[in-house]
Design a protein around this ligand. Structure first.
Ligand code: SF4
Ligand code: SF4
Length: 227
C-alpha cells in the first residue's frame, strides 16, 4: 500500500484515535488527517494543547480507527457481532511543519489549502507530518459472509520503517498432529506435506493454536519495531 491508499483508508473513517506518550504515560484523543503527499500523512493541533507538547517531546504518534461501524451489537447468545469492515493503524515518527512549508505544499496541492486557511483562522494551530511509520489494515468478516476466512491483514510501511513480525509461528518441534489446524477458527493454518504453516495474513494471533499444541511447538514472536 502506498501513502495515498493508506490515507484513503483513514479518511474514510474520519475521526481517528491518536495516541502519544506523555513522559511515561500513554494519552489518546480524537483527531483526523487532512492531507497526504509523498512525505507522509498530515494532521493539526494547537501549540497550546498537551497533544502538541507530547508530539514535540517524543516525536511519536500512533493512529487507529475502524470502519464502517464502531458500535457493537450482540447475537441471540449475547456474543458480540461486528459487521464486516476494517481497522487500520499506523505508528511512527511525526515532525512539525512550518506555515511556510505548508503554503508551499498548498501551492502545489489543493489538499493542503485547508490547513493554511485553518491556521490563518486559528493562529495557535500548527501542522504535523507522520513521515516514517509502519502499520496494517485488519480487514475482517468474522461471519465469513463474503469469503472463506475471517480476516486479512495488509501491512505497510514508509519513510524508512519496516514491518516488524509480531505473532505466532510453528517451530521445528512440531509433531504434525494437526490439532492446531482443527482448532483455528480463522482458517489461518494450512498443511504442506508433513509441515503445518500459519498464514500470517489470516492469523488473528488469538492463541488457540498456542494453547492446544501438545508439543509446545508454537512460539510467540515480538519483533522490535525500533531495530
Ligand atoms: S498442534 Fe502443534 S504439534 Fe500439532 S500440528 Fe500444530 S504445531 Fe504441530
Ligand atoms: S493464533 Fe489463532 S488465528 Fe492464528 S493460527 Fe493460531 S489459532 Fe489460528
Amino acid at each position: 500500500m502506498d501513502i495515498a491508499e493508506i490515507y484513503d483508508k483513514f479518511d474514510q473513517i474520519g475521526c481517528l484515535t491518536f495516541a502519544t506518550i506523555d513522559k511515561d504515560t500513554p494519552q489518546t484523543r480524537i483527531a483526523h488527517l487532512f492531507a497526504h503527499d509523498h512525505e507522509g500523512l498530515y494532521f493539526r493541533t494547537m501549540i497550546t494543547k498537551p497533544f502538541y507538547e507530547q508530539l514535540k517531546q517524543a516525536g511519536k504518534v500512533s493512529i487507529c480507527g475502524m470502519f464502517p461501524k464502531t458500535s457493537v451489537s450482540h447475537d441471540e447468545q449475547g456474543m458480540p457481532y461486528f459487521a464486516p469492515g476494517y481497522t487500520i493503524r499506523a505508528t511512527g515518527d511525526a515532525k512539525e511543519i512550518s506555515l511556510e512549508q505548508l503554503k508551499e505544499k498548498a501551492a502545489a496541492n489543493q489538499m493542503f489549502m485547508l490547513g493554511v486557511k485553518d491556521i490563518e483562522r486559528y493562529p495557535a494551530m500548527t501542522t504535523f507530518c507522520l513521515h516514517s511509520a509502519w502499520g496494517e489494515v485488519y480487514d475482517f468478516d468474522f461471519e465469513m459472509a463474503h469469503r472463506s476466512h475471517k480476516l486479512l491483514r495488509t501491512g505497510f510501511c514508509f519513510g524508512g520503517k519496516y514491518i516488524p513480525f509480531r505473532g505466532v509461528r510453528i517451530t521445528e518441534e512440531c509433531i504434525a498432529c494437526g490439532e492446531c489446524l482443527e482448532k483455528c477458527s480463522f482458517k489461518a493454518i494450512y498443511q504442506q506435506g508433513e509441515r503445518y504453516i500459519i498464514d500470517h495474513a489470516k492469523c488473528d494471533v488469538c492463541g488457540d493454536c498456542y494453547t492446544i499444541c501438545p508439543a509446545g511447538a508454537i512460539e510467540i514472536v515480538m519483533d522490535d519495531p525500533k531495530k
